[in-house]
Design a protein around this ligand. Structure first.
Ligand code: 1GP
Length: 265
């Protein structure tokens, strides 16, 4: 069964289509947003509606994943129907091996660098790598850092959250990500948290890290988007808002605010 896996080349060693698309979008728009859909507890129709609305609001891509999403078959179906409904790339944002499914355009192949448990740093990655190759998914190498308590992602990933008052610790990890060759870095405050990643942390990380800087968790309005982009974020991830009434309108404002803030820099 495994022999076929060793044949051909995998799309992991160099920048491929989706990564180039993201970088081009950043070049053009200076700062972009991703909509995050956590399929857990959503019907397929709800997930598709959220993706379509997010695309209409101007997001550059849709991430699909969640800390507690476990059903691979369901996940694969959701990704498939979202892909049919929108034109933007659909990218996996897995919290575990169960988040790897074939129907997506790419995967944020991440290591939770500040986990206390090696499973989330290298072991899940080793287990998931064969699937990524088998499914011919484009892998985007990403460092994932939890800041503060981190919500469900922090709890499940056994993260030792970077204290908001210690940006130098975030800088140390960001440099490590840089030297390890990770082309993307995601600063995560946790889904639905009250406090987003502080601008102080984003600024310090931006000083030392040269790759694509993503910030997510608790981004609920255009003022926060402006603050984070002015501090150096290039990609903002918005999830919870998509599930709320009026979220679509607010997301449109966040997308515009991010772009305007970046162009004013
Ligand atoms: C979670 O950063 C993302 O992984 C999105 O967070 O749900 O708070 O928007 P929100």
């Amino acid at each position: 069964m495994l022999t076929s896996l060793w044949q051909g080349r995998s799309k992991v060693s160099k920048e491929c289509k989706v990564e180039q698309y993201i970088k081009n979008e950043i070049r053009k728009r200076k700062a972009i947003c991703f909509g995050l859909i956590d399929p857990e507890g959503l019907s397929e129709q709800e997930a598709v509606k959220m993706a379509v609305e997010a695309e209409d609001s101007g997001v550059a891509a849709i991430l699909v994943g969640g800390s507690t999403a476990m059903d691979q078959l369901e996940l694969n179906n959701v990704v498939k129907i979202i892909k049919k409904a929108i034109t933007k790339p659909v990218i996996l944002f897995p919290s575990n091996v169960t988040g790897v499914v074939p129907s997506a355009d790419a995967i944020l192949f991440s290591s939770l660098l500040n986990s206390d448990n090696t499973y989330f740093i290298t072991e899940a990655q080793a287990l998931g790598a064969l699937l990524v190759r088998k499914y011919k998914l484009e892998a985007i190498p990403m460092a994932y850092l939890i800041v503060g308590e981190g919500g469900a992602a922090g709890f499940i990933g056994k993260a030792r959250g970077i204290p908001a008052s210690k940006p130098q610790i975030a800088a140390m990890y960001a440099l490590a990500a840089q030297y390890l060759g990770m082309r993307f870095l995601y600063l995560e405050a946790g889904s639905g948290v009250i406090s987003h990643v502080s601008s102080q942390i984003v600024k310090v990380v931006r000083k030392v890290y040269e790759g694509v800087l993503i910030v997510g968790g608790g981004i609920t309005g255009p003022e926060i988007a402006t603050e984070l982009v002015r501090s150096g974020a290039e990609v903002l991830v918005v999830g919870t808002l998509l599930e709320l009434n009026g979220g679509r309108k607010l997301l449109g404002k966040i997308v515009s605010a991010a772009e305007a803030a970046a162009k004013g820099l």
